[in-house]
Design a binder for this molecule. Structure first.
Ligand code: IPM
Ligand code: MG
Length: 354
């Protein structure tokens, strides 16, 4: 029987509640499909600051590197916002991504037919949307040197090297081959030199994937096209900060940021997490939507563990819960038959696995 080592980081705010539900569903599907999951829990974020004095303890880095994959909740909260930058939960997260070498961040935006009315856009615009943002995660302006600020000015640097662009481009093209075979690379090549290098490099790599159609778009236009005609997109390939912004925008096509999962992969390990944050304002009330995290667990089974069938079972169970009209509070206004708590939603999805 296959046994997988899974590292768990619950984090802050609603993190613990939503990760518990994902583990509930994972346990059920593992039992059904005949494999086992061995969990080890690690600290990161505000809770790590409180308990150890730093947002990313070394033990977490080692533990996650020694696991087959990591399931992660969310971090951060007002309580830690006034700490010096290097002690902030967000700094822990950025260091974590870097240490794990997870350069490819995959953020799908899928519109569930059952929730088509939850989108702020017209149903006829968003119906059938199924796109994937491939965001470079450990380079660009987030990490470029020099950076700093004094009393008069602040500065950051957007840097990409050819190998950094090449490896993320390969991820996007390979993914497109398994989907609708289209890559749209997003940059700001009309203004930024780093973007011109990005565009030239992606164009060069595209030659290796003749079955995939490549287009280029400036980021301002892409932001507009995403809400004007989102169905035109299959895979969107972009750098760190553009991907940060466009993936939040894309998530709203589906109506709720509480639905969407993400995967961050690289050469050493992979991290799976909901795309939403730690929502401290609703923590502990049992009203958070666990679906994004449960769906992240499904991505983990599919991409890191090769347990495709188990992943399909989770995806169908989520769809079934939604089509039966079960909704957490965030989606209560959209064709809800019954409004349920965080843990009830976990139970319902786990039961549909059977
Ligand atoms: C995200 C978040 C992070 C980012 C923050 C919390 C550092 O917005 O994962 O999209 O900007 O990458
Ligand atoms: Mg973001």
């Amino acid at each position: 029987m296959a046994n997988y080592k899974i590292s768990i980081i619950k984090g802050d705010g609603i993190g613990p509640e939503i990760v518990d539900e994902a583990m509930k569903v994972l346990d059920r599907v593992a039992y059904k499909c005949g494999f086992s999951l061995e969990y080890s829990e690690y600290l990161m974020g505000g809770i790590a600051v409180d308990m150890t004095g730093v947002p990313l303890p070394d033990e977490t880095i080692q533990g996650v590197l020694n696991s087959d994959a990591c399931l992660f909740g969310a971090i951060g909260g007002a309580k830690w916002d006034t700490l010096p930058r290097e002690l902030r939960p967000e700094s822990g997260l950025l260091k974590f991504r870097k240490e794990m070498g997870v350069f490819a961040n995959l953020r799908p935006a899928v519109v569930y037919d059952e929730l088509i009315n939850a989108s702020s856009l017209k149903p006829e615009v968003v119906k059938g949307v199924d796109l994937m943002v491939v965001r470079e995660l450990i380079g660009g302006i987030y990490f470029g040197e020099p950076r700093g600020k004094d009393d008069f000015k602040g500065w950051n640097t957007m840097v990409y090297s050819v190998p950094e662009i090449e490896r993320i481009a390969h991820v996007a093209f390979k993914l497109a081959q398994k989907r609708r075979k289209k890559v749209c690379s997003v940059d700001k090549a009309n203004v930024l030199d780093v973007s011109q290098l990005w565009r030239d490099t992606v164009t060069k790599i595209a030659v290796e994937y003749p079955d995939v159609e490549l287009s280029h778009m400036y980021v301002d236009n892409a932001a507009m096209q995403l809400i004007a005609n989102p169905r035109q997109f299959d895979v969107i390939l972009t750098g760190n900060i553009f991907g940060d912004i466009l993936s939040d925008e894309a998530s709203m096509l589906s109506g709720s940021i509480g639905l969407l999962p993400s995967a961050s992969t690289g050469e050493k390990t992979a991290v799976y997490e909901p795309i939403h944050g730690s929502a401290p304002d609703i923590a502990g009330q049992g009203i958070a939507n666990p679906i994004a995290t449960i769906s992240s667990a499904s991505m983990m089974l599919r991409y890191s563990l090769g347990e495709e069938k188990a992943a399909d079972m989770i995806d169908s169970a989520i769809k079934k819960a939604l089509s039966e009209g079960y909704r957490t509070k965030d989606l209560a206004a959209f064709d809800a038959k019954e409004v349920v708590s965080t843990s009830e939603m976990g139970d319902i999805i786990a039961n549909y696995i059977d």
